[in-house]
Design a protein around this ligand. Sequence first.
Ligand code: SAM
Ligand code: SF4
Length: 460
Amino acid sequence: MIIQDEKIERTLEKASSYDDSQVAAILTKAKELKGISLDEAAVLLNLTDSNLLNQLFETAKYIKEAIYGNRIVLFAPLYISNLCTNECIYCAFRRSNTTLKRHASSQDEIRQEIEALLKQGHKRVLMVAGEAYPGGGLQYVYDSIKTIYDTRWNGHNIRRVNVNIAPLTLPEFEELKKCNIGTYQLFQETYHQKTYEKLHIAGAKKDFQFRLNAMDRALQAGMNDVGIGPLLGLYNHKFDILATLEHSWYLDKTYGVGPHTISIPRIEPAEGSDFSQHPNDVLTDDDFKKCVAVLRLAVPYTGIILSTRETPQMRNECLELGVSQISADSRVNPGGYSYDKENGSQFTLSDSRTLAEVIDAIVDAKHMPSFCTGCYRLGRVGKDFMDMAKPGLIKTHCLPNAMFTFAEYLEDFAPLPLKEKGYALINQTAKEAFPADSPIHKLIEENLTKIKTGKRDLYF
Ligand code: SAM
Ligand code: SF4
């Protein structure tokens, strides 16, 4: 069994009493970068003392920097369709929401959307859809992925498509694998089955087990990278974070590789959903930050993704706690970047900054924006990625690759003040991270010169 409710509940109860020395020992252990146990994660989720919380947050930052350096990967979600036959009571796309304007983008419209994203400088897209596809089968999904990869604007193209769509059968995953996607992402929403069944009242998504086993089928079908996550607010967030860890460890034990990423969406108000205005669990910002930090300590090599469901301030604060990927300038309706900026959104967004504004804030916080897709294109995926990440080597690849893709962005898209600020950060980071006579430092200098003279898409 992947999730045992009683075990998680017992663990949380046992962790309600702890002393400072126990917390200090857990944080010291976490700094060895080998993760922490379920019992230890439960203790950290129960912390309330501000001094101990600060120590937790500092440890999360230490781990993130030790493994990934200061790079932050940027992506944009692309909602291709809001048609849906399910009845998830928190989502505006659910089928009984008859006032929502429904639309599935045509392939021409998808091209328009991608052109709009390319014009901003995006290179990575997360394709998203409700569970009902024009034409019935999954051909629409496969066609849309191809359209995204094939679209060109001024020599630019999307280099990695990740996908967040309803769970597939094994043969369907085998077909999806042929589309050359990056990560297959699916959120369990809540791992608490009884609550799950109350919140998903009709349609295929009612089947808790079919969703829970989706990643097994995906990995058996040969998908390289999978991404999991809870939708925080549907049930007790501490339970769902511990269950996410159990799911992650189960995948690691069974398939030799855990999830590539964990997302931590928090429920947002959605049109026509009372539940989304009054969710079962209302997390404070400190609760949310604790979730990020505990994940960072428990599964140090797994990417953590934060979306524009969070405010700019929360997103800035979470960068320090171990988040490694964020979306920017997102729209959550079909057409949102180009042909319909108004209708059919899935929920309300909390960060409306442009990509350039998000990047500006990242640079101010001394993080390195990255559009890198190098690992995926060099086949450094799944277990190979994790084997490389574990001894800390990813930092020596991710950071230079981040600099190259960021320099491309600065050359092709950035307003002048950002360009100057961006290059200052690149130069300072190269100096601090790699000795001047090291081969990596030399490679960085050479590649930056090539990028300034028009060369593109450099990675190693
Ligand atoms: N329809 C597919 C499914 O449900 O798995 C995939 C796409 S769905 C549009 C993507 C995710 O949006 C869901 O898994 C859910 O976690 C999230 N979501 C739905 N309603 C939300 C809300 N009100 N606030 C924040 N996230 C929400
Ligand atoms: Fe449909 Fe997904 Fe929304 Fe549920 S969460 S109503 S399945 S789009």
